[in-house]
Design a protein around this ligand. Sequence first.
Ligand SMILES: [Zn+2]
Length: 152
Amino acid sequence: MLALEFVNTLTSEEDHLDEWLSSRDLPCSEALRELRGHVEAAVLAAREGLEPDLAPLNAALRGAPAYDVLSWSGVVEVARERDGDEVARALALLAGAAGELLASPAVRKVKTCEGPGCRLLFVPAHPRRRWCDPATCGNRVRVARYYQRHKD
Ligand SMILES: [Zn+2]
């Protein structure tokens, strides 16, 4: 899910935003870092059924309005394009992805990983899943419990 990938670029140890943006051919900008904070706050509110602050997301969407462009290449093709500069288009793209999640029932299922020191958000494949990744965070918890039990 693009919106959660975006939010999860900030882990408790590192900020991977610039790398992530580059890997998607999106520009690096402080405006995108700010938007990430707004998206995270909105998701955390919406999952509790509270009204999220949508103004920053709407501003990002307004900054690069989208429209369809028809073209002919033997058949008619439809492509979605946006007005605005590179940063405005990236802001609108990610605000749009956040909007899709916020408007979907999946937002009520978003969980914060219970792994020690982990802050990643995820939508569990089954409701009892507690970790962003059972192979890393889940395993860390099991190892910690094992040592706790065998301490004495
Ligand atoms: Zn985790």
